[in-house]
Design a protein around this ligand. Structure first.
Ligand code: URA
Length: 436
């Protein structure tokens, strides 16, 4: 077999066999096939795409290149959840105690922030004492005793994806749907949960800009999951504006805490209840409708907040954050307001730019090695369709001496389109579609 023939076949619109994909990926990992040949193959895929069979094979080959995380030592139904990435997305922190209150087990590996998107592990570390680097035994113990555990990814999961992703990043081939689906699923399938709910975000703050692209990505990921005998559902959700009202680590924990106590923002609360109810339904524990009803009751009765406290305590964090978040969390006292230059209505938000503004304040990383400041970020007061008066505050920036405030303000200025006209259509739906 020759790399040249595999590339040529894809270039000419052919379908690569499992053996051919395996030959390329394994050869690349071993250093026997050079970057330039794999880069050429990726570009051929970018223009010719992959069939579902090829995406499935690529996902499996990449997942088999690394560790498999066995969750069988954890009793009960374990449903994983994955978000394709957005701005202000703190769902895991609120969803974990929500689904736990319904009787599901949460045993999850999460990531850190990169670029305009945040990461659950950074956010959890904003809770004083919270440990995310758990030993395997501790991970199982907390899951069994408390029902919730969320840890950072220390295992060597899908190293082939890591290497291929870096090459895609350098060759402008990240955006191809079939490659994104294989990449995400190689990591998700490596954790042996009983099922997965995929939160596929679409809009100005997401990879997928249109509902159609979101649906197409979801379909490929679902087909990979099903062929791998894993139960899965996909929700196509709104990322045309930041989720909730905060972006930045401590600020987002504050919002997640308020949400489990029933005082969170409406859009974020609704999304968390939807995803949690679909997770419970997928587990087969309780129907989607019953789960929704029960979750609202559990939030009102304080059951979800109690679960959150137990979880935080079990991972070494200060559980008082649930009762007194503003006292426990470190949120910068230095603030600057971003004000409207003219009156009108919010017609459009470039959400990715808001994520970038938060990154330049110090809440996120431009490069993997960058350090972050958990106390900085943004609180947003104006969302799509809202009326704004000249000089009214659109967002408050929580800053530190290392924040690039000027650039962040400039990005916010570019992000908000405020016009006199009332927008004829505002995309305020939380969920656009559910696919199974
Ligand atoms: N997230 C991933 O893990 N991989 C992609 O290719 C895109 C988003």
């Amino acid at each position: 077999m020759r790399a040249y023939d595999i590339i040529k076949k894809k270039r000419d619109g052919g379908v690569n066999s499992r053996e051919e994909i395996q030959f390329l990926i394994e050869g690349y990992l071993k250093g026997e096939i050079p970057d330039y040949q794999v880069a050429a193959w990726l570009m051929a895929i970018f223009f010719r795409h992959m069939e579902e069979e090829e995406s499935y094979n690529l996902a499996e080959i990449m997942l088999e290149s690394g560790d498999i995380i066995d969750l069988s030592q954890i009793e009960g139904e374990k449903i994983d959840k994955h978000s394709t990435g957005g701005v202000g997305d703190k769902t895991t922190i609120a969803i974990a105690p929500m689904v736990s209150s319904l009787g599901l087990k949460v045993a999850k590996l999460s990531g850190r922030s990169l670029g305009h998107t945040g990461g659950t592990i950074d956010k959890l570390e904003a809770i004083p004492g919270f440990k995310t680097d758990l030993q395997v035994d501790e991970f199982y113990k907390i899951a069994n005793e408390v029902g919730i555990v969320v840890a950072g990814q220390t295992a060597n999961i899908a190293p082939a994806d890591k290497k291929l992703y870096a090459l895609r990043d350098a060759t402008a081939t990240v955006e191809e749907l079939s490659l994104i689906a294989s990449s995400i699923m190689s990591k998700k399938l490596a954790v042996l949960s009983d099922g997965i709910v995929l939160d596929v975000k679409v809009g100005s703050g997401a990879f997928m800009k249109s509902i159609e692209d979101g649906r197409n990505l979801a379909k490929i990921m679902l087909s990979i999951a099903k062929r791998h005998n894993r139960k899965a559902k996909a929700l196509i959700t709104n990322m045309h504006q930041p989720l909730g009202e905060t972006v930045g680590n401590s600020l987002e924990v504050l919002e997640a805490v308020n949400t489990v106590k029933g005082t969170g923002p409406k859009d974020f609360t609704e999304l968390c209840i939807e995803i949690s109810s679909h997770m419970a339904d997928l587990a087969g524990i309780i129907s989607y409708q019953e789960a929704k009803k029960k979750l609202i009751e559990n939030i009102e009765a304080g059951v979800v907040a109690k679960k959150m406290k137990e979880w935080i305590k079990a991972q070494g964090g200060n559980e008082k954050v649930v009762d007194n978040p503003e006292k426990v969390l470190s949120i910068s006292k230095n603030t600057v307001d971003f004000k409207a230059k003219n009156s009108g209505h919010v017609n459009y938000i470039d959400t990715e730019k808001i994520g970038m503004a938060s990154m330049y304040l110090g809440a996120g990383r431009e490069k993997k090695e960058d350090s972050i400041d958990l106390s900085v970020g943004l609180k947003i007061f104006k969302k799509l369709g809202d009326k704004v008066e000249k000089d009214e505050t659109i967002a408050t920036l929580f800053i530190s001496q290392n924040s690039n405030v000027e650039y962040a303000l400039d990005l916010l200025d570019q992000a908000y389109l405020i016009q006199e006209v009332i927008p004829s259509y505002v995309s305020n739906d939380i969920i656009f579609d559910v696919l199974e």
